[in-house]
Design a protein around this ligand. Structure first.
Ligand code: SF4
Length: 444
């Protein structure tokens, strides 16, 4: 009997890189390769790398080194692969290096170093593909690359300009996911609000009917699938207003991940941010009027080159006014190859640190009040996993509509016997602990 060739796979980086990994894994399985979780038992190893910040570069180089030591035959792909010299400089013995979003190239190198098996039965692969996320939620990548040139970011130089996936392909993939039991789809890209710009928003076909390649049309169509739909990486352009009524109607989740990065127009301009001239406060206020339930997540950078105390205070005032639900904040740090490195007036490290802690103080207070306000409310939650407390009681770990997996808060449900991951459960929030909530059956 023919032995199936085995490929080991290491997946690092953000959900976008994870989505690339899923495509490669799906193709490997479709062609009959076995996926192995042991370096020693694999015939070769593919490492999907991240190159976003210096620590990610080091983590990727370490992972390649480990795979070389334990296996010896390594193909490198992903964001760090866009900097081939860095990879081959540290590890000259890798078999091949490709950049991100390079399914065909990676498969070509796999075929060269580990010829594909000939067994028609192994060509069978589930239509939803092979996924790295738990069975009940899935990331849906709608485009690759980005047309913006934010001065702190090197993603466009690694991934190129925006290329949207055809709407029919995106909707077929979403439908397959739902048919395979997925309860939540998380829409991702570098810039979800720009979906279809490169295709001039032309119509494609889904289930025999025309659907425009546009974020609003996509959101409407996804909303028909009857599962939770969550939008990530949306910039505050005027057309984003069109999806808020869909949230108010319950077609998609009342959740918007809008990376704003700053509030001072001067700094936003220096950052070259998309939609930097929009009045974000007015826009957020209008969104809340249309959909009071909406949860807004954002990320910010403090200590960007040229940021004065006045710019920073403007940001703090914005935070007080905007009362955002979920916030991440980073002190600016130079990324190799970013144009912001050449800007004058770099902010000293101690001032960056001090601003970061002042920012966090303000946001912690806002977040604590937001979490406390949920106590007593009724919520529908999605169960992610089960665990046990010290006494052996089953506890469910779940999320409300306002919580994306891995980045937002969670809800603990006590006495969760009979509940399974992927279930939707109605609960009453009875307490709060830090960013997390405690839930119990309604009327508790
Ligand atoms: S929008 Fe800006 S930060 Fe986001 S990927 Fe594009 S260039 Fe980078």
């Amino acid at each position: 009997m023919q032995t199936m060739p085995k490929v080991g796979f290491v997946s690092l980086g953000c959900p976008k890189a994870g989505s690339d990994s899923e495509r490669i894994l799906t193709q490997l399985r479709a062609e009959g390769y076995q996926i192995s979780n042991s370096y020693e038992q694999s015939d070769l190893v593919v490492v999907n790398t991240c190159g976003f910040i210096d620590s990610a570069v080091q983590e990727s180089l370490d992972a390649i080194g480990e795979a070389l030591n334990k296996n010896g035959k390594v193909i490198v792909t992903g964001c760090l692969g866009a900097k081939k010299d860095v990879v081959t400089g540290a590890h000259p013995s890798v078999l091949a290096v490709t950049g991100p979003h390079a399914l065909e190239e990676v498969m070509g190198h796999v075929h060269t170093h580990l010829p594909k098996p000939h067994d028609p039965y192994t060509d069978l692969v589930p239509p939803q593909g092979v996924r790295l996320t738990p069975k009940h939620y899935a990331y849906l990548k709608i485009s690759e690359g980005c047309n913006h040139r934010c001065s702190f970011c090197i993603i466009p130089s690694m991934r190129g300009d925006l290329v949207s996936r055809p709407i029919g392909d995106v909707m077929n993939e979403a439908e397959n996911l739902v048919n395979a039991g997925v309860s939540e789809i998380l829409v991702i890209s570098q810039d979800t609000s720009a979906y279809g710009v490169d295709m001039k928003f032309r119509s494609g076909f889904w289930n025999g009917r025309p659907v425009k390649t546009h974020m609003t049309a996509l959101s409407k169509a996804l909303g028909e699938l009857g599962v939770w739909i969550r939008l990530h990486y949306v910039y505050p352009y005027p057309h984003v207003d069109e999806v808020i009524p869909l949230m108010a109607e319950g077609a998609i989740l009342p959740y918007l991940d809008v990376p704003l990065q700053h509030a001072s127009p001067r700094i936003l301009k220096a950052m070259k941010r998309p939609a930097s001239s929009e009045n974000n406060l007015a826009r957020i206020k209008a969104w809340r009027e249309t959909c009071p339930e909406i949860a807004i997540r954002s990320t910010f950078i403090v200590g960007f080159p040229g940021e004065t105390e006045d710019d920073f205070k403007m940001l703090l005032d914005f935070m007080e006014e905007a009362q955002l639900d979920r916030v991440g904040c980073f002190a600016y740090s130079a990324v190799d190859g970013a144009t912001a490195n050449a800007l004058d007036h770099q902010v000293p490290e101690e001032i960056k640190k001090e601003r970061l802690s002042r920012f966090m103080e303000v946001q912690e207070r806002i977040s604590a009040a937001k979490v406390a306000a949920k106590v007593g409310s009724l919520q529908t939650v999605l169960v992610d996993e089960l665990t046990e407390d010290d006494d052996g009681n089953v506890i469910a770990i779940a999320r409300t509509k306002a919580d994306a997996p891995e980045i937002d808060g969670i809800v603990y449900l006590q006495d969760a016997e009979g509940i399974s991951p992927g279930d939707f459960v109605d609960v009453q929030i009875v307490d709060a602990q830090g960013h997390d909530l405690i839930g119990a059956p309604p009327g508790f």
